[in-house]
Design a protein around this ligand. Structure first.
Ligand SMILES: [Zn+2]
Length: 345
């Protein structure tokens, strides 16, 4: 766990919101109102939008495989499978396939069939990396584990998959995965592994979505698999009871930006492959929400209060379920109440 000073640097206590996202805030009520956009803001917004649009094609072709799974070419040796729970990244190496996440259990057979189809005769999955422990990422773990794949995950993910976990939103327990489905290799901070002619690097994204998130970087193709830490399509999910919170998410997005460059392609669990501009936009948006929430929490507001005073207003992105997002973000803050401001110990 990093110390408090380091966190202060990350969150920039006292810093202002991204100028283009700034709203007028009533310091007594925490109420937000849209300020008059200046000509400079409008131009800045246009420039940001154009930067997002000017990206090179992110996937060259998409085909349908068994069970309605879509297969997209992302790089000469990398494909992304979608339609079976979370996205699955497949890297072809001379030692077999390296797979990031294994989809949902209901589609396990279709996932295994598609991997065989892609690998050709005698193909095998050398390794499976789980970006975290949610069910949409671990469904075919057992089938691939039984077939001999090394299963790599963060130590926290291995612990969750061995022990099971509680889901407060639906008041139920998720059972542990069968032994063959559990990670066989775990790490704490960063690690790497080589498979034939390819090498992957992976590292912890602490408290970003759960307590066991990781990225997988494929240097030869400048591709980074991000799991549910990047969320271009659906509302960012903060599994607060599973150890995720908004501060961890903002830090993790900054880390993902630092790991990449202008040409890096990021593969999220849900949605299409994105470039640096989208990851930067998501970081800036959530940093703005973080800064606003710190103020409103200190006024003693609940998540409902924050919604009513317009905390999510004026942002370049709307939320499908703003009440749920704020509820989860608020819950996460209360596990980190000592980071609300640097005068609280
Ligand atoms: Zn997830």
């Amino acid at each position: 766990m990093r110390d408090f000073r380091e966190r202060c640097r990350c969150y920039g206590f006292g810093s202002t919101e991204t100028p283009a996202l700034r709203l007028n805030r009533n310091r007594n009520t925490g109420t937000y109102s849209r300020r008059q956009a200046s000509r400079r803001d409008v131009l800045r917004g246009l420039a940001a939008g154009l930067a997002g649009l000017s990206l090179a094609p992110l996937a060259s072709s998409v085909a349908l495989a068994a069970g309605g799974i879509a297969v997209a070419d992302v790089a000469p040796k990398i494909k992304v499978l979608s339609g079976a729970g979370g996205n699955i990244v497949v890297l072809a190496t001379s030692a077999g396939q390296v797979v990031v996440d294994s989809g949902a259990a209901a589609q396990s057979d279709a996932v295994v069939g598609t991997l065989r189809e892609l690998g050709g005769t005698g193909a095998k999955v050398a390794a499976l990396v789980n970006t975290h422990w949610h069910r949409d990422q671990t469904g075919a773990n057992e089938a691939l584990g039984v077939a001999g794949a090394t299963i790599i995950a963060h130590a926290k993910t291995r612990q969750r998959l061995r022990a099971g976990w509680y889901v407060p939103a639906s008041d139920r327990y998720e059972p542990p995965l069968p032994p063959a489905a559990r990670p066989t290799k775990a790490f704490y901070t960063t690690d790497s592994a080589s498979f034939g002619d390819e090498r992957i690097e992976y590292g912890y994204l602490i408290e970003a979505h759960t307590d066991g998130d990781l990225y997988v970087r494929i240097p030869s193709a400048n591709v980074i698999a991000t799991g549910d830490v990047v969320s271009p399509q659906r509302d960012p999910v903060l599994d607060w009871f599973g150890g995720g919170w908004l501060g961890g998410r903002v830090d993790a997005l900054a880390k993902l930006l630092a790991l990449g460059d202008a040409r890096t392609r990021y593969v999220p669990s849900v949605g299409s492959v994105v470039g640096r501009a989208q990851v930067q936009a998501e970081h800036d948006l959530l940093k703005t929400v973080f800064d606003r929430m710190v103020v409103n929490l200190r006024l003693g507001q609940t998540a409902d209060d924050m919604l009513k005073v317009g905390l999510l207003d004026g942002l370049p992105r709307t939320f499908e379920d703003p009440a749920k997002f704020l509820y989860d973000a608020n819950k996460g803050f209360w596990a980190h109440h000592n980071k609300l401001m640097n005068d609280i110990v």
